[in-house]
Design a protein around this ligand. Structure first.
Ligand code: ADE
Length: 410
């Protein structure tokens, strides 16, 4: 039997082997000690791919302190393996809300000058309760859509007190991580947790952003009848023309076998919908916070609740049974291993390069939310293609002149 730390080590080794882009960045960081003298505070999902990012930053000379960004996504063996290598890691699977914020504070006690968030809890804590840290912070990075929305709202209110790079919004992040990553990992979470067949089922996807598009595409590939719910008319139209049925949640509630929320908003599935659902319906969430399925209402309606299988709670109500996966927390990480490794290679390569960018340029940036510099996005794409052994064409000088000119017509 492997000890927990050994198991964590092996998970990290497996991830590292499949993350060549960040591996390349690590070589450069190690050689130049790019991050020497800096302290990086992180609140991310503590699992193997994240550990590869942590060791890359540490290889660049940074002091790193990390905690989780969700109470159920931490893999304790990976956390232990990180601690064994001298990384200050405070993440714990199944922590209470109080423990969660205590761990956030423990990271902040290292007085980071750069932070990396997935969901903006670290940044929010700094602005709410640890304002004394603000003058030392050069800047920050944010990993996910929900965090970027939160930060843009903070900035619009004039509340954001340092520059933040929206790593989520890099093309080499959201087009792959949000779409193919969530597409595969959310379905993987549902499949491995339930051991049920997707083919032939009505799979209802709430939200047709990049995550919703990804899971809809993959559920269709498994033979599901995919139904999309949306509030945005353009996205609804896109879903319809991508070949899915589109209808309000109230209609899909009556026919869905599996529900997956990907909206980033509250109260997507509520008591009105629970009442309409068929017995046996499965409910899961792939959004960052556990707010999309109203579990308080479901609990109030239930006459009995039991864990029928690991990560599946059975709610008995009104003569039927509804099943909730991973306590309504993001299903790909609460019940699975998160996104596929190759996808996180690109997301975390962006993170590492953006940390370097902040250190080099953060002092000159105003407070606000910034896009990932295009050079970084393009570098990540080029490296990924290189490691995949894919070559592409190059424009001739004549073609460059043609596409940048305006004289040519019919
Ligand atoms: N693994 C580490 N961070 C992740 C994220 N934001 N989404 C999915 N898997 C992850």
């Amino acid at each position: 039997m492997k000890s927990d730390a050994r198991q964590g080590d092996l998970k990290i080794e497996w991830a590292r082997e499949h993350m060549p882009v960040i591996g390349e960045i690590r070589k450069q960081f190690e050689k130049d000690k790019t991050l020497k003298g800096h302290t990086i505070g992180m609140a991310l999902h503590v699992e193997a791919k994240t550990a590869v990012l942590v060791e890359t930053l540490a290889a660049g000379g940074a002091k790193v302190a990390i905690t989780g960004c969700n109470p159920l996504s931490t893999q304790d063996d990976v956390a232990l393996a990180l601690r064994k290598r001298g990384i200050q890691c405070y993440a714990k699977h199944g922590c209470s809300t109080e423990e969660y914020y205590r761990a956030i504070d423990a990271v902040l006690n290292y007085r980071p000058d750069v932070t990396i968030d997935d969901g903006a809890d670290l940044i929010f804590r700094i602005h709410a309760d640890r304002k004394e840290l603000i003058p030392e912070i050069i800047g920050a990075c944010e990993e996910t859509t929900t965090g970027v929305h939160r930060l843009k709202a903070m900035h619009a209110d004039g509340a954001l007190k340092f520059p933040v790079i929206a790593v989520n919004d890099a093309k080499t992040k959201y087009l792959f991580d949000n779409r193919y990553g969530t597409g595969q990992s959310a379905l993987d979470g549902i499949i491995r947790t339930t051991n049920l067949l997707i083919a032939g089922k009505n799979v209802v996807i709430a939200g047709y952003g990049w995550c919703g598009r990804g899971v809809a595409m993959r559920a269709k590939g498994h033979g599901a009848n995919v139904i999309v719910t949306e509030v945005d008319s353009v996205k609804a139209l896109e879903a319809r023309m991508d070949g899915y049925r589109v209808m309000p949640m109230e209609e899909s509630a009556k026919i869905g076998d599996i529900f997956l929320t990907t909206t980033g908003n509250i109260d997507i599935i509520t008591k009105e919908h629970f009442k309409l659902m068929k017995s046996g319906a499965i409910l899961a969430n792939a959004g960052h916070f556990n707010v999309e399925i109203n579990l308080n209402q479901l609990m109030e309606m239930a006459t009995n609740i039991k864990e029928i299988r690991t990560n599946i709670d059975e709610y008995v109500l009104e003569g039927k049974k509804l099943y909730v996966l991973g306590k309504g927390r993001l299903v790909n990480l609460a019940t699975g291993d998160g996104h596929p490794v190759e996808v996180m290679d690109m997301s975390f390569a962006n993170q590492a390069l953006c940390v370097k960018y902040i250190i080099e340029h953060g002092g000159a940036l105003e407070n606000g939310v910034y896009n990932v510099p295009q050079e970084i996005d393009e570098l990540v794409a080029r490296l990924k293609l290189k490691f995949m052994g894919v070559q592409i064409d190059e424009m001739s000088e004549e073609q460059k002149r043609y596409v940048s000119g305006w004289e040519h017509g019919t």
